[in-house]
Design a protein around this ligand. Sequence first.
Ligand code: FO1
Length: 327
Amino acid sequence: MSAFDSGNQVLALCGGIGGAKLALGLYRVLGPQRLSVIVNTGDDFEHLGLAISPDLDTVIYTLAGLADPERGWGRAQETWHFMDSLRQLGGEAWFQLGDRDLAMHVERTEWLRGGKKLSAFAAHAAQQFGIEAEILPMSDDAVQTIVDTDEGALSFQHYFVKRRCEPTVRAIRFAGAAESRPPARFSELITGTSLQAIVICPSNPYLSVDPILAVPGIAAALATAQVPVIAVSPIIGGEALKGPTAKIMAELNILPTNQSIAAHYGGLIDGLMIDEADSADNLEVATWATRTMMRDLADREFLASEVLAFAETLTQKKGVRHAGRRR
Ligand code: FO1
């Protein structure tokens, strides 16, 4: 029996759509109660008086089988009567809130106004939707991803949705991160004996994973983790696959290569999962080349099982490397 058959936990760090796909694969391959997901909340914002947490909702809807398969965000079989009425009234309609999705934002806002924590609402919503994995916001403290652009400083959704990632990015920062605290459960997982691997999902490293790593204690815990830390590269065939990753990398003068991703995660990872199209890449970190494209559920499960197989090989290596520190 391998370590990964023994009922232990895997911790995934996850942004929105791309990350949620792998989280779903892990959820299905591991079995529901063996997955904990730390989700980016740097994209959260207040809009129309509502507390919106896009990545948390994307992960929850995806694991619950409720996500819209085309958009990747929001709910399937959505209707848009609220948005139509809002437009008629001349309201701010650049951010689409579907009728079904709206309930999530209204209810979360109620919870937060009542003094409850975002993590409590995430756990509640996950439970209500029948999800057995742990869904953990990266912090209960407010952290805001700010994109410094040629048009000035833009909050994440203003840059990403309202301005469609068109402004040129000069820098990305995470306001409030220095004062934020990771979830108590994160420390428990890191210091406990049940954790078997940490997986950085193929989310945008700069926009979606960096905010998580900016929460004090999280990067340090990865750097010293006793279990293998694996990142799944968002690069396929020498290109950033989705969304604004390629554009942002170019604007930040970073080549869209696995070398860049490996350097970015530096001392935090033990292995980088790369696409089979890039199997000739020669990196300083351990690599495992496989099919990383996730078009359907079978792809997600396949990649998840590859990640776990990679983790198992690294566990053996790491066991030797950290032998002195284990006692
Ligand atoms: N993305 C868009 O491109 N346009 C939208 O109008 C939009 C609305 C939206 C509403 C709820 C939600 O949970 C997500 C939503 N997203 C929308 C996705 C979101 O902006 C991004 O995908 C993430 O923040 C990046 O991970």
